[in-house]
Design a protein around this ligand. Sequence first.
Ligand SMILES: [Zn+2]
Length: 123
Amino acid sequence: MPYKAFSYYDEDDNRITLSLPATWEDCSFCDGTGKTLRGGLAGAVFTAEDINEDPEFFEDMANGAFDVPCDKCKGSGAMKAYDLDEIDVHIRVRIYERDREEAEMAYEREMWRRLEESMYRSY
Ligand SMILES: [Zn+2]
């Protein structure tokens, strides 16, 4: 069974690192393919017009010419996820709390990014 490290601080501020049971899941970043598009191409949106203008470029892209190994899963297509059924409830609560904090931080970063984008656009 794979293991995944989890660190937290206890009541006395000691950093505790545990090795928790984990399972393999498809990487959510590359959908388990292990590959992503290079640089600015990742997540870019193209219109039918773009494709008509440079069909060769899009053919190359579809054939993987611009693929690079996904850096979230190091190209393996799989990521370890905590096997929550196997984890003590007290630790599970800490994992949920951390996930929630991370999600909130990601949400805030996204909001700032959009705000900045809209500011650039209006000038
Ligand atoms: Zn990946």
